[in-house]
Design a protein. Structure first.
Length: 193
């Protein structure tokens, strides 16, 4: 009887110490603190492990602090994470594999990796879709239709994204669609409960 009681106690304790499936599989959440307010983002590590790890490497390295949303196209997207306030491009890590085949769609409020015309050219820059941008989704293996890898979703702060989207824009040197008043990324931090 005593052994049975001890065994039940040990099993009960083990159950309490093992994280639930939801806790074990929860996605990382980060807060993008901007000069206009905070944007909270859930990162989809199961669907986009390469993109999420790449983004989090830059977060851990404090890379994004002092960068801006440097490209803003109303009704389309706001892009940031690679340029300083004086429009100097920051040095990045090597490009990553494009995960646009992951099934996540470029819908309003999603984060995706920015890139050049080359499929596997994404580094640090990302954008937040402010509309459902079907044309950015993966359609085929061709360069023109490969798509842009979605790796997260805004879960709070779309009003801040809207403020960034509605900022008047101008041209700065060779760059178009640059906000007249910079929307500065003050930091990106892991959200703690």
């Amino acid at each position: 009887m005593i052994l049975r009681s001890i065994a039940c106690s040990v099993i009960s304790l083990a159950i309490l110490l093992v994280p639930t499936v939801a806790e074990a599989q929860s996605n990382p959440v980060v807060v993008i603190e901007t000069s206009l307010g905070n944007i909270t983002v859930e990162l989809h590590q199961d669907e986009a492990p390469i993109s999420v790890e790449n983004f989090l490497t830059y977060v851990r390295d404090d890379f994004y602090t002092g960068t801006i949303f440097h490209r803003v196209i109303k009704g389309f997207m706001v892009q940031g994470g690679g340029m300083t306030e004086d429009m100097v491009r920051k040095a990045t890590n090597p490009p990553i594999k494009n995960e646009a085949t992951n099934g996540l769609r470029n819908e309003r409020g999603t984060l995706a990796m920015a890139r050049t015309a080359a499929v596997d050219s994404a580094t640090a820059q990302f954008f937040i879709n402010v509309a459902n941008n079907r044309a950015l989704n993966h359609e085929s293996e061709t360069q023109a239709e490969y798509g842009y890898a979605v790796f997260g979703k805004v879960i709070d702060g779309m009003d801040v994204v809207g403020e960034i989207e509605n900022t008047p824009t101008t041209t700065a040197g060779p760059y178009r669609d640059v906000p007249s008043t910079p929307a500065i990324i003050k930091s990106i931090q892991f959200k703690t409960n």
